[in-house]
Design a protein around this ligand. Structure first.
Ligand code: GDP
Ligand code: CA
Length: 332
């Protein structure tokens, strides 16, 4: 069985870790998992190329993640960050740990030598035993910018890089979210093939705007999702009207989507009605949303969606694979 997953950072990584466990313990022999990672969070800092979502997936699956923060390396130290701050060098708001820096040094050195991000990602992942294949959505530079209020700007607004919006400013009101460069980007090597050849395509409970939305903004990817023979199942990142962790509720209004499990499911839409997914999982607490989702043409189920540990992540991923299986049986 071939499984492809669209993934952002923390939500995606935890879901994929559960998927790996579910497929290892289930009766699915030789499942192959390909994770298409969001790269629109990427940023140049201090001359280094940082890819937060790819690294979160790599460290989580590889066992190198800091389990409390959910990003960056475990057993991290911050000497380089302190030294940069002592020089008064900006930005001081981005957490670059000493261990993590090694990843960015390798990546930047390889970029300088002319390697594409996809090959660099494969080289970095070779160190870690992921048990899945992680590929960037594109080798091209795509960076999400967010339009926010700025009383000092001539028209009262300015655009900032997503990392500044999120990490430094803590997600103020967003008027627009623009994946700069996405329109001219091409899907990374293997992305369209992974989606087209999959038996099951999963949309992880990642941010619908700046994780999944940016992957789908790369020309060709959304069409591949619409036309794949795979059963396409998404998992709601919203539980009881809340993004659980993080600030996804700050960005959904910018694209005109309510902060609810039903609204995000309807936003992706049913493939039978020109949308992107066939099935949609909402939390038990959102079971009221099921009739609306069914009316929208989706096969929807309510299950526990809260990813608190390995067991809950595995159980959720197993539900997603199971729902995909029943969609395939219905279709066949
Ligand atoms: P990021 O790139 O690190 O922000 O991570 P993602 O985009 O992959 O995932 C972030 C999203 O995961 C958030 O917007 C939340 O809505 C969602 N999320 C966080 N924790 C949970 C959880 O326990 N269960 C579910 N279903 N979604 C979650
Ligand atoms: Ca992210």
């Amino acid at each position: 069985m071939k499984v492809a997953v669209l993934s952002g950072g923390i939500g995606g990584a935890r879901f994929v870790a559960g998927l790996r466990d579910a497929l290892a313990t289930g009766d699915q022999d030789e499942a192959q998992v390909t994770v298409v990672g969001n790269t629109a969070d990427d940023i140049w800092l201090f001359g280094l190329r940082v890819c937060p979502d790819l690294d979160t997936v790599m460290y989580t699956l590889g066992g190198g993640i800091d389990p409390d923060r959910g990003w960056g390396r475990r057993d991290e130290t911050w000497h380089a960050k302190e030294e940069l701050a002592a020089y008064g060098v900006e930005p001081a708001w981005f957490g670059l740990g000493d261990r993590d820096l090694a990843t960015h040094l390798v990546r930047t050195q390889m970029l300088g030598a002319g390697y594409p991000l996809s090959e660099i990602t494969a080289a970095l992942c070779a160190r870690w035993d992921l048990g899945v294949t992680l590929i960037p959505m594109t080798d091209d530079r795509v960076e999400t910018h967010v339009v926010i209020d700025d009383a000092g700007a001539p028209d009262g607004r300015r655009a900032v890089h997503f990392q500044e919006y999120w990490v430094r400013l803590h997600a103020p009101v967003a008027h627009a979210v623009v994946p700069v460069g996405a329109d001219k980007a091409s899907p990374g090597p293997g992305v369209l093939e992974a989606i087209a050849d999959a038996d099951v395509l999963l949309v992880s409970p990642s941010n619908p705007v700046v994780s999944v939305g940016t992957i789908l903004a790369v020309p060709g990817i959304a069409d591949a999702v619409r036309s794949t023979g795979a059963a396409v199942v998404g998992v709601s990142p919203i539980i009881s009207g809340s993004p659980v962790r993080g600030m996804a509720d700050r960005l959904l209004p910018a694209i005109g989507v309510d902060v609810s499990a039903a609204a995000v499911g309807v936003h992706y839409g049913a493939r039978s009605h020109g949308g992107l997914i066939d099935g949609w999982l909402v939390d038990d607490s959102d079971s009221d949303a099921l009739p609306e989702l069914t009316d929208a043409g989706l096969l929807a189920r309510a299950v526990p969606l809260y990813l608190s540990d390995r067991d809950t992540s595995r159980a959720l991923a197993a539900e997603a694979v199971e729902l995909a299986g029943s969609i395939r049986r219905n279709a066949g």
